[in-house]
Design a protein around this ligand. Sequence first.
Ligand SMILES: [Zn+2]
Length: 383
Amino acid sequence: MKNSPHNVRTIKNDNRALILNYIRRRPTSRADISKKSNMSKSAVTMITNDLIKEGQIIEVGATSSTRGRKQILLDIIPDHRVAAGIALHRKYIYICITDLKSNILAYSNHKISQWGNPYEALDFAYEEILRFLDQLKLPVEKCIGIGVSAPGPLDYVTGKILNPPDFEFFHHVTVGDYLRQRSGLPVTVDNNSVLLTMQQYMIDDSHNFKNYMFVVVSDGIGSAIMTNGNIYRGFGGFAGELGHTSVHANGIPCSCGNKGCLEKYINIKTLQEKFGFSSYEKLVDDAYMGDRESTQILEYVADEFSCAIANTINMFDLDGVIIHGQLSYRSDKLAQMLQERINQRSVITRTHEVCVYFSKMRPDEASSSVCAAIINRYFEQKL
Ligand SMILES: [Zn+2]
């Protein structure tokens, strides 16, 4: 390929993105970046010096290398820019400003029922963002863009909400285009599960999984597959409907058209209706105390859940599964039950380990995930 000015600029951007993405997951030395990226030490030094001059990264101290030589670590400067977020929930809208490390700087919640149409709600959300920036004494130019989250299905390319159940207020609204025109800022729109998966990847690099599924259990069940740091989108961007994979061929009919969908069996409300327990926390506490009936209910959850998880492991050769949301209370017992069943059910576990664990993401980290996609695009040098 000819080295045109355009290609040179693209390669430079790709290298900057690569370096920023190493540094933002954890403070990293120039030598480590060079080793991981196969970039020459001089190229890494040149780019990191530029990033320091621009105020994007900073030297944050030293660590000793394997040969005992001190190495300077580099970290991003979180308040170099900020991101805005609008989370569209079924009953309310959450609006926030975060720094580049997803720390929340300002936020508010508002009931959707106060607005007559979706555009009034979006106008309010944008004006609230401007009010927040004003309060924080930040010019609009400091904001990299607006991240929007919404229940799926949605078209993440155009930012159009399609037809999520119980979300008629925003049906068929192209939220992305509307906010882009209104604000002049870049806008990303993604579903909650995808954003939580991106957030989990950035804040917790302890597991070192390469090809894993992140599962969000709420009243429905969403999931996403992260493969080498990228979300697997599928043909239309709808990949990850674990909740609508069938665990019983002739099971309970689901509004999606399928029968026996996983989410018809294991969300807490359904379990309470089926087994009549008062709270999930009490059920788990009783199981830890050795109560037989409570343990059997958890085993039922593990049976149904592991069926769908094992199918996905077999399809995508996963090396890990991380679970978030409902069912996270004192999750060690359920995690162990799931692990045992997955080891029995999945043929892939005969060739390598597939670990299941529950996410430790805090509620504030989950809330700020609304900005995860716009921050990713910023660090990928795509804004
Ligand atoms: Zn279904």
